[in-house]
Write a protein that binds this ligand. Structure first.
Ligand code: B12
Length: 146
């Protein structure tokens, strides 16, 4: 399975520091990172993921409008032909909401994992390493049994 990760800040959000740090962490862990930068549209995420055959799409949002920006995100990926693991992280709501509620909201929108703004980058790298390993094993099992 590809080890390419597409990363960007969704919507009109211009906070760049978080994804720069994430890019460095995933690069250091051996992933190929395509960093789309700030103010990235859903279509730009989908097109980049398709073009680079990405294993994962990592969405960042800091300015509090993530829920609005991510409406229909997974449908956009699917209609573009992208089947990737998806994570979202950052400051996902306005103010300090209950994070378990936030997690549920974004899982419902289709994200495989949801991270808050206190996330250690190593935690995200470890989670993706584990999730991609599991996907590879499942694909291998499906191939053997078919
Ligand atoms: C610097 C900053 C700015 C700078 C950004 C400069 C730049 N080009 O990056 C400027 C001044 C431009 C700015 C503007 C605004 N900002 Co501002 N900003 C900040 C500030 C002080 C720091 C952000 C930062 O760089 N943190 C350091 C990095 C390392 O941390 P991070 O971004 O959180 O990323 C880490 C984690 O969140 C996580 N993570 C992030 N994304 C992802 C994704 C995945 C997949 C994973 C696994 C993890 C992950 O991992 C990262 C690394 O550890 C924060 C407050 C704060 N302390 O967080 C407010 C803050 C984010 N800003 C805020 C706001 C409201 C704004 C404005 C809307 C203000 C305004 N009215 O104009 C505008 C938005 C403009 C826009 N279009 O985006 C609010 C958001 C409120 C909310 N969500 O409820 C905050 C929280 C301040 C506050 N307490 O009110 N901002």
């Amino acid at each position: 399975m590809s080890q390419t990760v597409v990363l960007g800040v969704i919507g009109s959000d211009a906070h760049v520091v978080g994804i720069t740090i994430l890019e460095q962490a995933f690069n250091a862990a051996g992933f190929d990172v395509i960093n789309l930068g700030v103010q990235t549209s859903q279509e730009e995420f989908a097109e980049a993921a398709l073009e680079h055959d990405a294993a994962a799409v990592l969405v960042s949002s800091l300015y509090g409008h993530a829920e609005q920006d991510c409406q229909g995100f997974h449908e956009t990926l699917e209609s573009t032909g992208v089947d990737a693991t998806t994570y979202i992280g950052g400051n996902l709501t306005v103010g300090q909401d209950d994070f378990e509620e936030t997690r549920a909201t974004f899982e419902e929108l289709g994200f495989d994992r949801v991270f808050d703004s206190e996330t250690d980058t190593e935690e995200a790298v470890a989670a993706l390493t584990q999730d991609l390993r599991q996907r590879t094993q499942e694909t291998e099992r499906a191939t053997i049994s078919s």
